[in-house]
Ligand binder design. Structure first.
Ligand code: ATP
Length: 328
């Protein structure tokens, strides 16, 4: 498979700050790739390295097989959608969308036609004469997307593009972005600190911490088989079982993770005490104390819910216990 973006041991240091440190990355052509991690972990710097706004202090970058070091942003077939959209307030929507083509010297008739088409793609046909100030946040987000798509980039970089939207609009845009990506077949590299967003949209996820990638894989892989406590903790609401608790449960003396939805209430099994009950609509989450460790148990809708303070017995399948290589 052709790589859309390839990093080999790429670093970007700012004086003593190792923003990106020895990163290997391989984004496949046509992939929806998410970079997920806490604030300051190096995601945006990686994105800026792909865009060409930053140059690596060490390592090698290729975009569709071509060496990228030293190539300026406008010579890369890459466009970025920024979190704040960066629209020009004094230009109307059509001119905003057509701006990149104008800079490239594309004639007016042709660039207006392309801008109209891009607005149709993001479901905003007929909005071209308005100014950014006359649109809602979600509509501005779509304009920013159209403005990037009009250049027909081979790689679209998205830096927390849904961060400014409310939850409902965010969820709607997540679905739309995903279908648009599928329809256009463009490689998307998406930066987010929202694990739900990364898992629901991406074909593959890279989890960042301290300037490095700590795990890469499919959303299912990352969710079910986190390599470390950091990933388990960051990516989902996993239960982390310390080595001594694992021993008392008859397991190995190692850290393990166990997903709340894999735990059932049963007539036999280790005893725990219900400490809290939260009704979530589609499920009920129990917090229980098992050997002085707090675990969450996700009960499906319709299941019988025990009272706070009640003793319960827990069961899970052996394959749902996931031992982690790394206790960090
Ligand atoms: P966020 O989600 O908050 O945007 P991030 O994971 O994208 O975080 P980066 O923006 O890549 O993180 O920053 C990584 C580290 O590099 C941070 O410690 C940041 O302060 C530092 N950094 C980034 N740009 C510069 C710069 N131009 N000069 C100095 N330090 C920088």
């Amino acid at each position: 498979m052709t790589s859309a973006v390839l990093f080999r041991k790429v670093s970007r240091h700012f004086g003593p700050v190792r923003a990106v440190d020895g990163v290997d990355l391989d984004v496949g052509a046509g992939e929806f790739f998410a970079m997920l991690g806490p604030s300051g972990s190096g995601k945006t710097t990686c994105l800026r390295l792909i865009a060409g706004f930053e140059q690596p202090t060490a390592g090698h970058i290729e975009i569709f097989g071509e060496r990228a070091e030293g190539v300026p942003p406008y010579r890369r077939n890459v466009n970025t959608v920024f979190q704040d959209y960066a629209l020009f307030p004094h230009l109307n929507i059509l001119d905003n969308v057509a701006y990149g083509l104008m800079v490239k010297g594309v004639g007016e008739v042709e660039r207006m036609k392309a801008a109209e088409q891009a607005l149709e793609m993001v479901k905003l046909p007929g909005y071209g004469r308005r100014r950014p100030g006359q649109l809602s946040g979600g509509q501005r987000q779509r304009v920013a997307l159209a403005r990037a798509l009009v250049n027909k980039p081979k790689v679209l970089l998205l830096d927390e593009p849904l961060g400014a939207l409310d939850l409902k609009l965010r969820e709607q845009m997540q679905e739309e972005l995903k279908s648009l990506q599928r329809a256009l077949g463009i490689t998307f590299v998406f930066v987010t600190h929202d694990q739900g967003e990364a898992l629901s949209m991406a074909d593959r996820v890279a989890v960042f911490n301290n300037g490095g990638i700590v795990q890469q894989g499919s959303p299912q892989d990352i969710y079910r088989r986190p390599k470390s406590r950091f990933v388990a903790d960051f990516v989902g609401s996993s239960n982390l079982l310390p080595p001594d608790v694992m021993v008392s449960l008859g397991g190995e003396r190692r850290w393990a993770s166990l997903r709340p939805e894999a735990v059932r209430l049963a007539s036999e099994g280790p005893e725990a005490l219900v400490e809290n009950v939260s009704f979530l609509g589609s499920a009920t989450r129990l917090a229980v104390d098992l050997h002085r460790t707090r675990l969450h148990v996700m009960l499906p809708a319709g299941a019988e819910v025990p009272a706070v303070g009640a003793p319960v017995r827990l069961a899970w399948s052996a394959e749902d216990i996931h031992y982690m290589d790394d206790a960090a």
